[in-house]
Design a protein around this ligand. Sequence first.
Ligand SMILES: [Zn+2]
Length: 323
Amino acid sequence: MMPQTISSGFQKLALTLALPLALAASPSPARAQVKGEVKAELWDGERAMAVVGDLLRFTPRSMETPGHQQTIDFIKAELAKAKIDAVTQQRWVFRTSDGKPFAMTNVIARLQPSNPRRVIVATHYDSIIKAYRDAKNPDAPMPGANNSSSGVAVLLETARVLSLLPPGPVGIDFVFFDGEEGSKSLGAGDPEFAPIGSPYFAEHLREFYPAGKPEKAAVFDMVCDRDLHLRPDPSSIASAPAEVKKFWDIGRATAPHAFEARPLPYAMSDDHSALADAGIPAFLVIDFEYEPFYNTTQDTLDKCSPKSLEAVGRTLLQYLYLP
Ligand SMILES: [Zn+2]
């Protein structure tokens, strides 16, 4: 992911959007609106941490590496444990501008596949192969505990818990995107960065949604930082203002230390961008302030915390049960 260049026009947008969100933030927790009993405490941060640790064994998990396929196999095995059997692999070949082919795979797992109401919960499972921002070892593999094994862990633990709870009002599509780190992730730090998996999925929406678009999409990236601080970014507010408000209201009630309604001063480009461009209200949950570890050899398990993962996972769980 990458922050978009801040232009004066953009700053105006952020300011315009910030005010209604801040004013609309109510002191009464949105949790009270959740129908039925959502046992959020079932969402276990220690289990999610173990998933992050498991994924790090496959580093690097970037396109065309052995760890890439091992990660796909791991995700499928974990989904099978949660008894989610409607799992599809969307496969295609991506070619870089110089013609080099990459075998790509998005993994899609569907809950309540016959429910016409669909909500996307997504992350990316690939990692940047090189720790290009590492001062000492810029050619070393980038572990990617936070970027973004944490996102995969949030989705898999949410899937596990949902398999134990009564069905919610919407059918959920967990989407594990390939190639978020872009076509040049083997060189890393590409100034022309653009995700690959999410635009492909957005261009082929009808394969999964023949009767109409999904209602909304929540995307997770970099969500296990021990010092977690989550603010909505202006592109998310522009695409899905009501969903951002719902999610952050629940977050502030569930983990007030981790959620702040005040928007980020910059917009983010990530897997939510292609979904938003396709007309799906889409928002990103990210803590991009991760220095000095971001895309270095130091993006490791010890920088994460179970409590941070729980803050995000328990918020997501309650959000998915809103009408
Ligand atoms: Zn990422």
